[in-house]
Design a protein around this ligand. Sequence first.
Ligand SMILES: Nc1ncnc2c1ncn2[C@@H]1O[C@H](COP(=O)(O)OP(=O)(O)OP(=O)(O)O)[C@@H](O)[C@H]1O
Ligand SMILES: [Mg+2]
Length: 268
Amino acid sequence: MNQSAARQNISPKESAEGDPILQASNVYISYSGKPAVVGVTLPIYKNRITSIIGPSGCGKSTLLRSFNRMNDFIHGVSMEGKILYLGVDLYAADVDPVAVRRNIGMVFQKPNPFPKSIFQNIAWGPAINGYKKDDMNRLVEDSLKKAALWDEIKDGRLTDSALALSGGQQQRLCIARALAMEPQLILMDEPCSSLDPVSTSRIEDLLFELKKRYTIVIVTHNMQQAARVSDYTAFLENGKLIEFGETSQVFTRPVNKRTEEYVTGRFG
Ligand SMILES: Nc1ncnc2c1ncn2[C@@H]1O[C@H](COP(=O)(O)OP(=O)(O)OP(=O)(O)O)[C@@H](O)[C@H]1O
Ligand SMILES: [Mg+2]
């Protein structure tokens, strides 16, 4: 493969369901010399949901953003360690961060649709990546179906402004927008924190559906949500990974005393 092809495509290897799709090893991240993530080693398993929990400021978002090189945008950030995504070192010199973000999607805390139509919100990314116009209608429809929004907008709302949707619908649109890029791994940073309980439970149902085809990492402050939706849980405190394991174990038989105190609501 020539250099430009290598930059277009990060050529990940295949992995089987349940194998690690991403492996963070000894990751240190600091902002202007101030540590935010301290020596984190963590696997993310394919077709599973992993939740990252911990008190405010413990480094959850920073760690999550390192998984698709979103921290590159932040001035003064420095990183050490290795993040392998399907065998590809995401921080290797010949890896294009744009290709990384195309492969690894992100959904943010506040829904952030573009001030454009619902259709354009989904079609924009694939279009600039050269997706064929003829197939676009199908891609938009499929993405909206996967994000469980299609039924609410199929009757003439595709060309309406995305900003006319409710908050919960906007968040599902943002998930549809991420899915349209056909990522394997989707990172979600408190995707339900601005939503009402009904919208939250719709997104949680959606996560169960999505994990058949995708791998999801979700940062959440909601312990019930982590316990309900995730297969694995990582507990961070002061930038350190205090505990990682199957969610049932972390919540019912935590090994570390701090984990127990946190999941039972005694601090944080
Ligand atoms: N852009 C930034 N510039 C400088 N420091 C930052 C930046 N973003 C985060 N930090 C600092 O890094 C540490 C970890 O922040 P981070 O946002 O990762 O925490 P968090 O666990 O996601 O918190 P929360 O639950 O409140 O979202 C904090 O001390 C924070 O102040
Ligand atoms: Mg955060």
